[in-house]
Design a protein around this ligand. Structure first.
Ligand code: DAH
Length: 339
């Protein structure tokens, strides 16, 4: 029996297997219920007492070396990618590549977040609009140049239908079916008949804001816009309002923020002025309120409109507008961290 165990010990040292099934076959052959080790254990009962110690030690070491060998073979298989090893359901799945949000979506969501916290709801309107909602109700004179085909895309067969040139059209859409208080922002795509270059595109994105209630004043407008500028560009951001003209607001203004690149000292980006323009705003013209069924003797309102590309450009210094619509993954990947 001693010789038998010794030769088995040697045999086990040389055992090999080509796949998991072969390992399992070896395990059964040596360690199974009817396997070699168990058979030896049964014989052990008949061993003469004076040999029990020596044979017992040998038997135990045989058992251990079979177990070690099987473990070693298993480990070798787990660490190889051999297809023969079968499917290992415990392996981690291949990582799935996730896309990133488009920079314009990141900026739009941030704008929505800021104004939502100040009580504004999101309102949407159609991109294919009629003249009344884009121009007529918004107090554009009949001969206003924006109504020219040079600036606006009209539908040839329906001269009254056009692609909206600004999201101000959503103001009239909301006002015609809602009585004040109204406090909305309206993000969306707008279209203009422009030659495409690094600084102009035939479509871009805007966010419109409108607040109509009793006693809404220019001070309210200024405070909300200051808060927005600080949250968007940093606590130290300053704003200034310059008088301007828009048909739908009176008085009207354009708002600049202190240049967020040089901090207001003056640089190439702000052309040395320390200020950069970010939006148009003003008190809603009473004609607009009346056009949309809101009594301008009772209510006043303010409105503002900004370009999302412009804000994104200020935040991320994207100087070529075309990059936003080319979907070049090398450009989009740069915004991974902002997602
Ligand atoms: N609609 C204007 C544009 O497209 C932006 C704008 C200016 C919107 C002043 C407003 C506003 O609501 O009050 O350029």
């Amino acid at each position: 029996m001693i010789d038998k165990i010794k030769s088995l010990l040697e045999e086990v040292g040389h055992l090999n297997a080509a796949n998991n099934e072969e390992i399992e076959a070896l395990r059964i052959k040596y360690m199974g219920k009817k396997g070699i080790v168990n058979a030896l254990m049964a014989d052990f009962r008949n061993v003469a007492p004076e040999h029990k110690r020596e044979i017992g030690i040998l038997l135990n070491s045989l058992k251990e070396s079979v177990q070690d060998k099987i473990k070693e073979l298993k480990e070798r298989f787990d660490s190889t990618d051999d297809v023969d090893a079968g499917i290992d359901l415990t392996r981690t799945a291949a990582p799935i590549k996730l896309g990133t949000r488009h920079p314009l979506s990141i900026v739009r969501n941030e704008i929505i977040d800021i104004f939502s916290r100040m009580g504004f709801c999101v309102a949407e309107g159609p991109e294919v609009e009629d003249d009344w909602h884009v121009f007529g109700s918004m107090n554009f004179a009949d001969d206003h140049p924006a109504r020219d085909m040079q600036d606006t895309f009209f539908i040839e067969s329906h001269p009254d239908i056009l692609l909206r040139t600004h999201t101000s059209s959503v103001e009239s859409r909301v006002m015609e079916h809602t009585q004040p208080p109204i406090r909305i922002i309206s993000p969306g795509r707008v279209y203009r008949n422009e030659a495409i270059s690094y600084r102009a595109h035939c479509f871009f994105h805007q966010v419109e804001g409108l607040y109509v209630d009793r006693n809404v004043s220019f001070t309210d407008l200024k405070q909300v816009l200051l808060q927005f500028a600080k949250e968007m560009f940093g606590e130290g951001t300053k704003i200034r309002l310059r008088p301007s003209y828009f048909p739908f607001t009176e008085p009207s203004a354009e708002m600049d923020i202190s240049c967020n690149i040089c901090g207001g000292k003056g640089c190439a980006f702000c052309k040395g002025t320390g200020w950069v323009e970010i939006l148009g705003c003003g008190m809603t013209d009473p004609n607009v309120l009346d056009n949309c069924g809101i009594d301008s003797k009772i209510y006043t309102g303010y409105a503002f409109g900004m370009g999302i590309e412009r804000i994104a450009n200020l935040k991320y210094q994207v100087n070529d507008l075309r990059l936003f619509s080319e979907n070049d993954v090398r450009f989009l990947k740069e915004f991974e961290a902002a997602n």
